[in-house]
Design a protein around this ligand. Structure first.
Ligand SMILES: C[S@@+](CC[C@H](N)C(=O)[O-])C[C@H]1O[C@@H](n2cnc3c(N)ncnc32)[C@H](O)[C@@H]1O
Length: 278
């Protein structure tokens, strides 16, 4: 049946079958997201209109999106956005797609901000901001703190800024291009919280990753030979930027807790380490 003659319900069914044929695990959910995007409808509203016929442009969008998905392009790059906590983030190739597990890191930072006994407006530094998911969610949900979103990648810096503008957060979020702390010298001893979801995959594990993750930038994933390069560098560099009593938050890989705690302890700069599992 040509797709143009289809109803929304039929298009979802057909796209699901095609995606299942490509062994995509969440075929139905992805089909719904693609059809919803084509029509500007929330997934939950799709079934209210399931008998409605597709327009030609919606049909073209769905056909192209399903073909790209079957070719291994991540759904978030095809649709151009991803929801994270309470905001929607523009996503583009060359910038890491925000992950649901990173939402917990934001929750921990928000709790840390509540516990801070700082005078004035707290300052949070997010190293490796990517789309801006962490930095902008903190700014949005805390409502007071100022955030510096730093990334070494041109594309990530541009996207963090674009997302900040989109959500009206540029008054409290400063986006800076910086290789780790290099471009942040103005903020020495000014920061209350450093947070980072750094690249933490061992270089040797990168090639064994699922095809889709390999479509994401290596710069966002490669943590060096043992995956710990960025933890070492940030733990070493952060004390010069943190106020006394400041806090450091990381996302870490499932098997990295003991190593990262050991690096903190060896540094002598951080105490009271806590690890939370997502
Ligand atoms: C795992 S991604 C995290 C992105 C985003 N914070 C998130 O959670 O979705 C790591 C980020 O670190 C950035 N990065 C890599 N090397 C860096 C460096 N030397 N200095 C600053 N950022 C770096 C990458 O460009 C990437 O955006």
């Amino acid at each position: 049946m040509p797709l143009a003659a289809m109803t929304i319900g039929e298009a979802i069914k057909q796209a699901t079958l095609q995606l299942e044929g490509g062994s995509l695990i969440s075929a139905r959910v992805e089909a719904e997201r693609i059809v919803g995007e084509a029509l500007g409808l929330e997934r939950s509203d799709l079934y209210l209109y399931s008998e409605q016929k597709l327009t030609a442009s919606a049909q073209a969008f769905i056909t192209k999106a399903v073909a790209e998905r079957l070719g291994g392009r991540p759904l978030q790059y095809i649709l151009g956005h991803q929801h994270f906590r309470h905001l929607d983030f523009i996503c583009r190739e060359n910038v890491l797609i925000p992950r649901p597990e990173t939402e917990l890191l934001v929750e921990e930072v928000l709790a840390g901000l509540d516990d801070l006994r700082t005078l004035g407006v707290p300052l949070v530094l997010d190293i490796g901001s990517g789309t801006g998911a962490i930095a902008l969610s903190i700014a949005h949900e805390n409502g007071v703190a100022r955030i510096i979103a730093a990334d070494v990648s041109d594309e990530a810096v541009a996207l963090s800024r674009e997302n900040a503008e989109r959500h009206g957060l540029l008054d409290r979020v400063t986006v800076v291009q910086s290789d780790l702390f290099d471009g942040l010298q103005d903020y020495r001893r000014c920061v209350d919280i450093v947070v980072s979801n750094p690249p933490y995959i061992r270089t040797s594990d990168l090639d064994g990753l699922q095809g889709e993750v390999r479509r994401e930038p290596r710069l966002a994933l490669d943590g060096g030979v043992d995956g710990l390069d960025f933890y070492r560098a940030i733990i070493e560099g952060a004390p010069a930027f943190l106020k006394p009593g400041g806090l450091l938050f990381f996302e870490i890989g499932f098997d990295q807790a003991a190593d990262v705690v050991a690096i903190c302890e060896k540094s002598g700069s951080f105490k009271d380490d806590e690890v939370r599992k997502d």
